[in-house]
Design a protein around this ligand. Sequence first.
Ligand code: PLZ
Length: 440
Amino acid sequence: MPEPPDARCRRGPKSQELQARRTATVAGGVGSVLPVFTARAGGGIIEDVDGNRLIDFGSGIAVTSVGASAEAVVRRASAQLADFTHTCFMVTPYEGYVEVCEALAELTPGDHAKKSALFNSGAEAVENAVKVARSYTGRQAVVVFDHGYHGRTNLTMALTAKNMPYKHGFGPFAPEVYRVPVAYGYRWPTGAENAGAEASAQAIDMIRKQVGAENVAAIIIEPVLGEGGFIEPAKGFLPAIADFARDNGIVFVADEIQSGFCRTGQWFACEDEGVVPDLITTAKGIAGGLPLAAVTGRAEIMDAVHSGGLGGTYGGNPVACAGALGAIETMKELDLNGRARRIEEVMKGRLATMQEKYPVIGDIRGRGAMVAIELVKDPASKEPNPEAAGALAKACHAEGLLVLTCGTYGNVLRFLPPLVIGEDLLNEGLDILEQAFAGI
Ligand code: PLZ
């Protein structure tokens, strides 16, 4: 007998039945934010199998920037499906792969000659960026940052900062990975205004003393740190680290897997401070929901790898490439960078009003449609308040708004609506959030 519909999480009878089947056969280690099953999604709405509608402020973790069923993605991917699903680019190549690499060369920062290699997931792209950087430099060490997230494979677990849930019990991790401070303005001991200069000086000092600049193959950083809490490194930090890398023959890698492809109101977040990375990793938003990832970078660095050294059966799958071309077409046609900037304006305005009323909001930050609030027990002590983040997320879900949490301390609510969301729906979602504050 199914339980009666559960209003708190809007779990209807069909979702309950599926949940029981899931519990019986899907591994317990695979989590889900909500126990409702999706029937269809698009335009900022997720409809579940019982007909409930959720406003989507998650975009499948920053993936469906163009919407979850964008016309150009569906059209191009469907046509490709009918032509052929797979040949393997390493066996007989096809045009879509080359077209995606051409688009990446055009859209990523810098006017130098660029080349790309395509993969299936973000983690795989980051792993390959390390392979390329090691081949090019003949060095081994990789430097990453506090609060950084780069994936769940063995090497990328080592690169990721947070133990639970990503690393716990899964060691030993890959060697030659070194972690240094990042300019987390809100929590920098001497204040946000000093964070850029002080954190970069500390990071560089640690690299020099503990690793040796001449041993470092790559420095990898997210220009806006995603899973770690939507931390924008304080101004000056990224350029200082990029300069240090250049002066020491280190490959500077921007992991734009979450922040890229119009999410922050620019094609790539590192453009904000004019930083031109040597390599850039992309995934998520690139293909409108189809699995695709890329490493793009200076031609001479990318070409340092021996022939046949990069690849994988499915990397740059033709259907995923067609999806990417559809997503990029949509981003250009609808000016999704402009839409992301407008979303920031609306969101930050509404969130600032909420902060005046609810001091639990310690910080409002982010760029474009990558916005977050950090919740604290008291604005003076800044003690993290993960309980408030959990309670707010739950209250929003109950009222039909999907929001995600993140942050090293689990106390950040992040908002990642699809960039095509209508302004009415955006405001409706923010109304639900505002009401949720009243209830916690
Ligand atoms: N680099 C910057 O944000 C993926 C992870 C969700 P994959 N972020 C969402 C989870 O809990 O697994 C991500 C990222 C940055 C790399 C990755 C990894 O991308 O496509 O998940 O492998």
